[in-house]
Design a protein around this ligand. Structure first.
Ligand SMILES: Cc1ncc(CO)c(N)n1
Length: 227
């Protein structure tokens, strides 16, 4: 199965993400608050676009079950994931709304978002876009699983709820995404299947860059989007 292979290929990158500054900082509870704030500013905008991408995929879907899935995911995204963000906001002791007021598509987030949109705009088959989107739930779930397996988060740990959320709540999203990708891949020419692979692995790399973006507070040097 294609997505099983892709998950195996992604594993060393995910292990690297796990060992990078951002996740290690969350695990040990000593992350720079400014990095968490930078992450939330970018991620709130990223998730907004993720919801917009679901809407684009709905327009491309002819199966009722797929439409239902995409709708439910959109709702989950708009409601549920705020729980994970709330944990981070609380840990840095700032109201969430105040944090995200000044967000921007910082360069790495910008690249990742446009990678997904390129597939949505240029391909009719939703498997292309889904192959670029699936690493979003997958990478977070794997990281959360690794963290929970390797560490004991005491009750008062400021980031415990973040890891618990992603260890618990990503399965449904992931299963349906991977099933659609595998079903479509079976009927595709080799060239297209290669693109699904590239899309998936590139997004796993984008996930790494996104956390590093937050850790280094990466921003555009010349573009002021609030001008
Ligand atoms: C960039 C990014 N990837 C994945 C997730 C998990 O949904 C997230 N919130 N943000």
């Amino acid at each position: 199965m294609l997505t099983e292979e892709l998950r195996n290929e992604a594993e060393p990158i995910i292990e690297a993400i796990y060992n990078d500054t951002f996740i290690q900082g969350l695990i040990h509870g000593n992350i720079d608050a400014a990095a968490v704030i930078h992450y939330l500013r970018a991620d709130s905008l990223y998730l907004e676009e993720f919801a917009n991408l679901y809407a684009m995929l709905i327009a491309k879907s002819d199966s009722k079950d797929t439409v239902k899935f995409l709708l439910s995911q959109m709702e989950f995204l708009l409601e549920g994931e705020s729980e994970a963000h709330a944990v981070l906001a609380q840990a840095v002791d700032m109201p969430y709304e105040d944090i995200i007021r000044d967000g921007a598509w910082y360069p790495s987030a910008d690249h990742y978002i446009k990678h997904m949109y390129f597939n949505a705009f240029s391909r009719e088959n939703i498997a292309f876009t889904l192959s670029a989107m699936a690493p979003c739930p997958y990478v977070y779930r794997r990281i959360a699983e690794k963290a929970m397996a390797r560490h004991t988060f005491e009750a008062g740990h400021p980031y415990r709820g973040w890891f618990e959320f992603y260890a618990r709540d990503m399965d449904d999203t992931l299963d349906v995404m991977l099933t659609i990708i595998d079903n479509e891949a079976e009927r595709m020419p080799a060239e297209d299947m290669k693109q699904l692979r590239r899309n998936f692995i590139e997004s796993v790399e984008h996930e790494r860059r996104f956390f590093n973006m937050a850790a280094t507070k990466e921003r555009w040097m010349e573009v002021d989007v609030h001008a």
